[in-house]
Design a binder for this molecule. Structure first.
Ligand SMILES: [Zn+2]
Length: 382
């Protein structure tokens, strides 16, 4: 047993506690108490938080030193840069990127990650201390691509779970995924009790494609020769996707930058299944309209947080995402902001049994921020 004597413990799911002890054995929290326990004690002069959770990233871009494009790059131009970058790298470079991304996440105090992956890496990466829910990307706008994508999905789900790697699926986005692929992924999610993650309502251009089969996405799909009108005949708005996704076992709705009130209400009513994920600094990079965070919180939607990848963000720090929210939405309480990057994101990924708060029985996974960066969330301002 080892105990930490901490200036302030912020469990997130209960009130902060000062001058207290948290005792751990075999990596599991045994007690949190004001009373001095027996055994070895280590002093911590700071504020102790649960390990942070990154609900959405693409670790394969972790080798990028800076985002692709410049702030405000039109989204479809950025997609072209991503496609170019993807084809420029070999398998070894991809593995290096994943390893780098895991190590960087751990250095930022992240304990669990929702990673969107385009290849299998369970056996080729040195096991990390952070857990990864690995959402295998399923992509292809044409119906003819459905069978090969489902083979990829089945193969991925046959990867055995390990203590750090949990397989899941990601039908990529409305502008890149055939509805056959989406529907079959939803069936698999239901049958196998695994989460899905889908990018949705990320840009105005995506809404334009759905509503009127026009705009930059329509041009891009035509340009690469994959446009199929039938794919979007009964999928004309994000709500149509949300209704389908609500039949999954659990689904992460990634971004949702342009969801309307009706769609947010639908998420609120299905909040046990649908988990909205906000990527604050990526949102800022693309210079989107103000994120509807007030509307979301008004509807009691427990929003989760992701960094997205280094292709649109300078780093993989969830703590910096939370600081960014605090600076843009000063009316939101530090407690609510903290929940986003801890317990809400853990629930979205389905890892809240082990992570997301400091509680007896959970993993001894903690985050101790550097003092200079701790101003907003100290016990006093909680
Ligand atoms: Zn993403």
């Amino acid at each position: 047993m080892i105990s930490y004597h901490v200036h302030t413990i912020v469990p997130v799911t209960s009130q902060p506690i000062t001058d207290a002890y948290v005792s751990c054995k075999n990596g599991i929290i045994q007690s949190i108490s004001k009373n001095k326990p027996n055994g070895k004690i280590v002093g911590i002069d700071g504020v102790l938080y649960p390990g942070l959770i990154n609900a959405h990233t693409h670790l394969e871009f972790s080798d990028l030193k800076k985002p692709l494009g410049v702030p405000g790059t039109p989204f479809t131009d950025w997609i072209k840069l991503v496609m170019e970058y993807r084809t420029s790298r070999d398998q070894e470079r991809l593995h290096t990127s994943i390893t780098k991304g895991l190590a960087e996440s751990e250095s930022h105090g992240v304990s669990a990650i929702g990673d969107i992956s385009t290849f299998e890496y369970r056996d080729s990466i040195v096991p990390a201390t952070a857990e990864a829910v690995v959402f295998r990307e399923l992509i292809g706008f044409q119906a003819a691509q459905a069978d090969s994508q489902m083979k990829i999905a089945e193969d991925h789900l046959s990867e055995p779970e390990s203590n750090w790697y949990r397989p899941a699926l990601s039908p990529h986005a409305p502008y890149s995924t055939n509805k056959k692929i989406l529907d079959q992924a939803i069936q698999l999610s239901h049958k196998r009790k695994i989460p899905l993650a889908m990018h949705l309502a990320e840009t105005r251009e995506e809404l334009e494609l759905l509503a009127s089969h026009s705009g930059p996405f329509f041009d891009l799909l035509n340009q690469i020769g994959v446009w199929e009108k039938n794919n979007l005949t009964d999928l004309t708005k994000p709500l149509d996707f949300l209704q389908r996704l609500s039949c999954a076992s659990r689904a992460l709705v990634v971004h949702g930058n342009y969801l309307n009130n009706k769609e947010l209400q639908f998420i609120s009513e299905n909040r046990d299944i649908l988990h909205l994920v906000f990527c604050p600094r990526t949102h800022a990079f693309f210079q989107h309209d103000r994120y509807p965070l007030e509307e979301i919180l008004k509807r009691d939607i427990p929003i989760a947080i992701g960094t997205d990848s280094r292709a649109s963000n300078p780093d993989l720090s969830i703590w910096d995402e939370l600081q960014h929210i605090a600076s843009k939405f000063p009316e939101i309480s530090p407690h609510n902001i903290l929940k986003m990057g801890t317990i809400n994101s853990a629930k979205a990924l389905g890892v809240d049994k082990h992570f997301g708060s400091i509680e007896v029985g959970k993993r001894a996974a903690f985050f101790l921020p550097p003092k200079a960066k701790n101003m907003l969330f100290s016990g006093a301002s909680y």
